[in-house]
Design a protein around this ligand. Structure first.
Ligand SMILES: Cc1ncc(COP(=O)(O)O)c(C=O)c1O
Length: 381
């Protein structure tokens, strides 16, 4: 028997496809968003010690108290926000699980959820499984900043949740404080929650770390989701957390409790120890990735690609309209074959991609030699 699919549109993601194609053809893989360099050896040692000598049984459902305490201190350091580690922080299996739990907890059948397109691919399926409907506001190049009047026009009695993501995957754009204010103005008098996906929170290249954590009104309605996978170059650990006022956290925890119950115990011990021993590490992430961004951009200046601004994340968008007018999926397939570089077509992040947009995304969380080699290959086109 074949079940009738609850997610008929969902197939193998482009990330899996492009990574598989890159491996098959021996191409440089700048497609999927993960580092090709080793994480901090001291953190790996802590994990090894925790596996060999620590507690390998179930962790508390909401996360190890030591880790939640270290997360509260991290939020205080970066955002001067005081959070209650016991009732407002929940450790999850990656930011993905936190996002899924939040949507499952808040969205009821018939509810509407506003997304900004291009959007990370997890959001819509999670909303669909909860019985909700996505309303999409399209962001356009080069700055990908929301039109707040158009946003207000999308809101209705049915709107339950707004899903935001800054620094933004795939565009590398970052919201300004005026954007958070405009969002707050639009939802303040309505019964609407905000899910703020901030997995790239420490990877920004401006002065200000702009987060919902720093907005005293918005944060009272919001869940803010973070990822240690992104912040410590360990995407395979799938360790993240959600921060929200106690009443919202309580609902998220009801889902988390039955999705995974708890997250890998020794890895939580390792991160708790690392955060406590090296509290300043996360401040170095912006400069670290700025250097990589600049190496990639400098190596591409003589190419025929146009570089879009990149204010945060480890993604750089390239406009290839001077090179080809084929669609971005075919162009990316050709890149692997002809120059041996795997990239991601930006259209896959949209429900209805803007007509004539010719953009690809490169991940620069790679060794500098890889970035330079990739840029040289792309410059042949
Ligand atoms: C915008 C965004 N949100 C969430 C995630 C998922 O994070 P995690 O690996 O911690 O589940 C990613 C991973 O690429 C992402 O880019």
């Amino acid at each position: 028997m074949t079940p009738s699919s609850k997610l008929p549109q969902v197939g193998t993601t482009i990330f899996t496809r492009m990574s598989a194609l890159a491996a098959e053809k021996g191409a440089l893989n700048l497609s999927q968003g993960f580092p090709d360099f080793a994480p901090d050896q001291r953190l790996l040692q802590r994990a090894a010690d925790a596996v060999l000598h620590g507690n390998n049984q179930y962790a508390p459902m909401t996360g190890l108290p030591a880790l939640r305490g270290a997360i509260a201190a991290l939020i205080e350091r970066h955002y001067q926000r005081e959070v209650d580690a016991a009732s407002e922080i929940t450790v999850t299996s990656g930011a993905s699980e936190a996002i899924f739990d939040a949507i499952a907890a808040l969205v009821r059948p018939g509810d509407e959820v506003v997304l900004f397109d291009p959007a990370y691919d997890l959001y819509e399926p999670a909303v669909t499984l909860a019985g909700g409907q996505c309303q999409r506001l399209v962001l356009t190049a080069p700055d990908f900043r929301p039109d707040w009047q158009a946003f207000e026009a999308l809101l209705s009695e049915k709107t339950r949740l707004v899903l935001i993501n800054s620094p933004h995957n795939p565009t590398g754009s970052c919201w300004q404080s005026a954007d958070l204010d405009a969002l707050w103005q639009a939802i303040a008098s309505r019964d609407i929650y905000v899910l703020s996906d901030e997995v790239y929170e420490f990877i920004h290249f401006g002065q200000e770390a702009l987060s919902v954590h720093s907005h005293s009104e918005l944060r009272e309605r919001s869940l803010v989701v973070s990822s240690f996978g992104k912040s410590f170059h360990l995407t395979g650990w799938k360790l993240g957390y959600a921060v929200a006022p106690a009443a919202i956290s309580a609902e998220l925890r009801k889902v988390h409790q039955f999705v995974t119950f708890c997250t890998v115990n020794p890895l939580q011990q390792a991160i708790a120890g690392h955060l406590t021993a090296l509290p300043e590490e996360t401040f170095a992430l912006g400069p670290f990735y700025r250097q990589k961004r600049d190496v990639l951009r400098a190596a591409l200046t003589k190419s025929r690609f146009k570089l879009l601004p990149c204010e945060g994340t480890y993604f750089q968008l390239l406009d290839y309209s001077a090179i080809s007018d084929e669609d971005d999926v075919s162009f990316c397939e050709r890149l692997v074959d002809e120059v041996g570089v795997a990239a991601i077509p930006v259209s896959v992040f949209y429900q209805n991609p803007p007509k004539g947009q010719r953009l690809i995304r490169l991940c620069f969380a790679k060794e500098e030699a890889t970035l330079i080699e990739a840029a040289q290959r792309l410059s042949q086109l």
